[in-house]
Design a protein around this ligand. Structure first.
Ligand code: HEM
Length: 172
């Protein structure tokens, strides 16, 4: 038995379920519901980001997905042998892996700081009675727009990854 690959696949699958599960749920269901709910939706998202560990957990899950993916790729490709890299399966896995890495980098650089700031701001607003000042309201709106746009971009990269990873095994 190849224990090395068993462990890596285990880590890969558990961590991508958490990462992709969150991004897909956020984009497809949570975000539209938050928008439809108006101010209550904003308060809900503020609570999700400030009262739970979702941001940190998803960042760790994404990191583990990428590390385990790269280690598996190194293993199954015979240390990135050019024959494997140029094979249909290798090419599909590389496109999928790169797409995930680009999505991750974008999420960490653009979406995560905005989500962290939104959590802090929601905490401040709650402490001072629950009503945002006009400045806080404007900042919240801008943060929401950044998170929405960024989340959309990450989602699109992860769709490409999911398609590539799903079909790679049968592409010859
Ligand atoms: C959210 C992102 C990701 C998702 C949803 C995902 C999903 C999957 C799935 C479902 C498999 C199993 C495919 C099968 O057995 O037919 C797989 C395998 C694999 N993934 Fe990913 N993956 C992601 C990110 C990455 C990254 C970033 C890399 C590397 C840079 C990577 C490299 C690999 C490799 C090399 C395999 C094949 C392992 C083998 O041949 O046994 N993955 N991935």
């Amino acid at each position: 038995m190849d224990y090395y690959m068993i462990i890596l696949r285990f880590v890969h699958v558990i961590s991508f379920v958490i990462w992709a599960g969150w991004i897909f749920s956020l984009r497809l269901w949570i975000q539209p519901a938050v928008e439809a709910a108006g101010p209550a939706g904003g308060a809900f998202m503020g609570a999700v980001t400030s009262k739970t560990k979702v941001i940190t957990t998803v960042a760790w899950a994404a990191t583990l997905t990428i590390i385990s993916g790269l280690l598996m790729m190194d293993h199954v490709s015979g240390h990135f042998d050019m024959g494997w890299v140029q094979s249909p399966q290798g090419t599909v896995l590389i496109i999928g892996g790169l797409s995930a890495i680009i999505g991750f980098s974008y999420g960490m650089l653009r979406v995560r700081p905005a989500a962290t700031r939104m959590g802090a701001l929601a905490g401040q607003i709650q402490q001072s009675g629950g009503q945002p000042t006009p400045e806080q309201g404007t900042e919240l709106q801008n943060l929401r727009a950044t998170i929405k746009k960024g989340g959309n971009i990450v989602f699109q990269f992860l769709v490409v990854t999911a398609v590539c990873m799903a079909i790679a095994r049968y592409v010859h």
